[in-house]
Write a protein that binds this ligand. Structure first.
Ligand SMILES: Nc1ncnc2c1ncn2[C@@H]1O[C@H](COP(=O)(O)OP(=O)(O)OP(=O)(O)O)[C@@H](O)[C@H]1O
Ligand SMILES: [Mg+2]
Length: 247
């Protein structure tokens, strides 16, 4: 069950990234305050529409804009640090939530069997929960899109602004199997490439939370980020955590 998210005007003004008055924001959003409601409340979708209109783009046609092309892959942010516990999940999940609140469509990808990102977003990942995790797709070597990808996606915020592919402890089995998989370092890139059309149509950015250590799945997403994204490295300002070799 996804969550409806709304903001009062002062918060919406801070989140939309536009230097406008409250009146102008409402004008750009293009809707009146609902009858019986005391104050105007804005959704992430409103903020997205306001940004498009401020740039003279019809928000209804915005979904057809080519966000990615064959040469420009889907924006990807991968949290990565070999050391355990510096705050990778806390920071990457909060960055994802902040972007969703600003009106960007975000897919969170939990690739850590500890399932910390999934739990932080309120998803039950206990052993008998029925989730499809990323391991299901990483074990496939096909180049055609995953027809069942939608089934793995859990909506967190309404309107497709924050979705999650959750993890659970059984992802550790995939991690172990990946050691013997041919070109396992390239499997995340293969997953993103074969599902490019679906992902690009639904999301502006993908945020990946990896496990500590040098797990095959974590390395595969770090490798994918070389081609299409950024690695978010979280360090604590102390001793060995600051050495480049710990990434
Ligand atoms: N800025 C912070 N201040 C205080 N505590 C924090 C901060 N950021 C994270 N924590 C706490 O530190 C602990 C570890 O954080 P988190 O789970 O994000 O780390 P991690 O790097 O993802 O860990 P792991 O390597 O196990 O995946 C959590 O209990 C979290 O609530
Ligand atoms: Mg973590």
């Amino acid at each position: 069950m996804s969550r409806a998210v709304e903001f009062k005007t002062s918060v919406a003004l801070a989140l939309c990234g536009l230097d406008v008055t409250p009146k102008k924001l409402q004008e750009l959003v293009g809707r009146e305050k609902p009858a019986g409601q005391h104050h105007m409340r804005y959704t992430p979708g409103d903020l997205r529409a306001a940004r498009y209109r401020a740039n003279k783009i019809d928000p209804d046609s915005a979904n057809q804009l080519p966000l990615t092309t064959r040469t420009k892959p889907i924006p990807l942010m991968v949290s990565r640090m070999t050391k355990g516990g510096p705050g990778k999940t806390t920071i990457s999940t909060n960055v994802a939530v902040a972007m969703a609140m600003m009106g960007y469509r975000v897919l969170c990808l939990d690739v850590d069997p500890q399932a910390s990102m999934s739990n932080l977003l309120g998803v039950d990942t206990s052993y008998d929960s029925k989730i499809t995790h990323i391991g299901h797709y990483l074990m496939r070597a096909e180049k055609s899109p995953d027809k069942d990808l939608k089934d793995a996606i859990t909506p967190i915020y309404a309107g497709g602004f924050l979705d999650l592919i959750p993890a659970d402890i059984t992802l550790a089995e995939t991690d172990a199997s990946m050691v013997t998989v041919m070109a396992s370092h390239a499997r995340a890139d293969l997953f993103l490439t074969r599902n490019r059309d679906y992902l690009a149509a639904h999301y502006d950015v993908i945020v990946v939370d990896t496990a500590p250590g040098t797990t095959p799945i974590g390395l595969a997403f770090t490798y994918a980020a070389k081609a299409s994204g950024k690695v978010l490295t979280v360090v604590e300002p102390e001793g060995g955590a600051c050495e480049p070799s710990t990434c």
